[in-house]
Design a protein around this ligand. Structure first.
Ligand code: ADP
Ligand code: MG
Length: 458
């Protein structure tokens, strides 16, 4: 029994590194009850929660178990009200699972399957915000290494970049099961590189990435910022793979041009294939995403509840999912149906959705600095106008998910490089100039925005 508790808390630690607080609170109700042979048994109170665990989280839990125990363990989910069933005890001669404390830091010789089984093209909802990215990802998956190489997808948090990237992996493996598809976060790539340096196994590391991989999916490439040696290493990995016609797919929270402290030659490589952005989903897409998720969970909700949810959380699909899981869990533990009233009660803590628009930012800046909106949108150059204009452009970039081109357009049809220049300028001066920092805070407060884009989950 003790072993299963220790193992389960290690599993939770591993899962916590890649999940949201909403998902983690969902795991809080899961009780480990036994470790038998190659099975870890957990128990939950609700059939719905049991289904989610089996359908959505089994793969990540079993991957974590494999990582921790260095052997395959199966997750068994039992459903029974708390205290209603005699706990399962392991037979006396059962050897405890070997917990390897270093397992999380040392890369296994062959990386475990880290692709989420749910991140496929058929579970991805297409809308105007992600249509281009989806089309590029889909085409890449049909002809890896041939059409868009590299494929660079960028956009805000929780908008489906990793999902699309992993969907490419699934699709390639389905067509060409012998291909080696390797998904890795840039952070993990960094850690493996550092380990290889320390353990003098750099040639093995290079062999793996440069000679063994057919499709390299590298997530959150912005992590390369400020890491010169790592950039050098990745530059050569990239070139080697590219020269062999192997597919490289990258995601980032910024466009290649906006990435800071990354060598120009890297930026040039990133831009040499296809660069696409992913934007926040509109209302219809959000509703469709909620419905798709419900389908995956094997449950349904009334339209009015879906609409309510889609209005409540707008910008980040991960947060929409978090709110949905919270709502279903809330209803399940109360043994109540999900009604609009219940949704209101459960999601009371979520801030009312208020997306900051480009117009609202220009209006707020115009009031704050006492300059006319027409002047902000003009090409006039006096400092009294240039500074507010740059602040407004910076806030548009920070508080909305509009593209540089859209922002430039809203400022009287300027070029997107003007917005880029303004953002960099403000980014630089705000570090040194407390007054500018205060101006930014004051404006954000007026716009009713927290540090993050649009509305947030509390
Ligand atoms: P990102 O990598 O952009 O931060 P993810 O790809 O991790 O975001 O997506 C966050 C969550 O939202 C995932 O569970 C993903 O399945 C879901 N998601 C995002 N966009 C979509 C979409 N268009 N259709 C279905 N699910 C989506
Ligand atoms: Mg991601």
């Amino acid at each position: 029994m003790g072993d299963c508790h220790a193992l389960w808390s290690r599993v939770l630690e591993v899962i916590a590194t890649s999940s949201t607080p909403a998902i983690q609170s969902f795991f809080a109700g899961v009780r480990p009850v036994g470790l038998q042979h190659d099975r870890l048994i957990v128990r939950v109170d609700s059939p719905l929660v049991a289904d989610w665990l089996r359908q959505r989280y089994r793969a990540s839990i079993e991957a974590a178990l494999q990582q921790l125990c260095q052997r395959a363990l199966q997750l068994v989910v039992e459903c029974a009200p708390h205290g209603a069933v005699t706990p399962v005890t392991p037979p006396p001669d059962e050897p405890p699972a070997p917990l390897s404390p270093s397992a999380r830091t040392l890369p296994p010789p062959r990386p475990p399957a880290t692709i989420n089984p749910a991140f496929r093209f058929d579970t991805f909802v297409i809308g105007s915000s992600n249509q281009m990215a989806h089309a590029a990802a889909y085409a890449t998956a049909q002809q890896p290494g041939k059409v868009y190489n590299p494929l660079f997808m960028y956009g805000g948090v929780g908008l489906g970049k990793t999902h699309l990237m992993q969907a490419i992996g699934h699709a390639v493996l389905q067509r060409q099961p012998r291909d080696v598809v390797h998904f890795i976060s840039c952070e993990r790539f960094t850690n493996q590189y550092i380990d290889a340096l320390q353990n003098h196994t750099l040639s093995k590391f290079r062999d793996f990435f440069r000679a063994n991989v057919d499709v390299l999916l590298i997530d959150d490439i912005q992590f390369l910022s400020n890491k010169e040696r790592l950039q050098e290493e990745f530059y050569h990995t990239f070139n080697d793979l590219h020269m062999q016609g192997k597919q490289i797919v990258m995601t980032s929270d910024k466009s290649p041009q906006e990435l800071q402290h990354i060598e120009q030659r890297m930026v040039n490589r990133f831009e040499s294939g296809m660069v696409v952005d992913v934007q926040s989903p509109d209302f219809e897409t959000r509703v469709a995403i909620i419905q798709k998720k419900l389908e995956q969970y094997g449950t349904q909700l009334d339209h009015d509840v879906c609409y309510y949810l889609a209005n409540k959380v707008r910008n980040d699909v991960r947060k929409i999912e978090g709110a949905l899981v919270k709502l279903l869990g809330y209803a399940s533990v109360r043994h109540q149906a999900v009604t609009l009233d219940l949704a209101r009660e459960c999601l009371r803590g979520y801030v009312a959705a208020q997306c900051v628009t480009l117009d609202a930012i220009q209006k707020a800046v115009s009031d704050f600095f006492d300059v006319r909106i027409a002047d902000l949108r003009s090409s006039k150059r006096p400092r009294a106008i240039v500074h507010p204009r740059q602040i407004a452009m910076y806030l548009c970039r920070e508080l909305t998910t509009s593209s540089l081109t859209d922002i430039a357009q809203s400022f009287g049809g300027k070029d997107h490089t003007t917005v880029l220049y303004a953002c960099r300028k403000i980014e630089q001066v705000k570090e040194q100039d407390e007054m500018i920092n205060q101006q930014l805070h004051a404006l954000k407060r007026r716009l009713g925005s927290s540090e993050e884009r649009c509305e947030q989950v509390q």
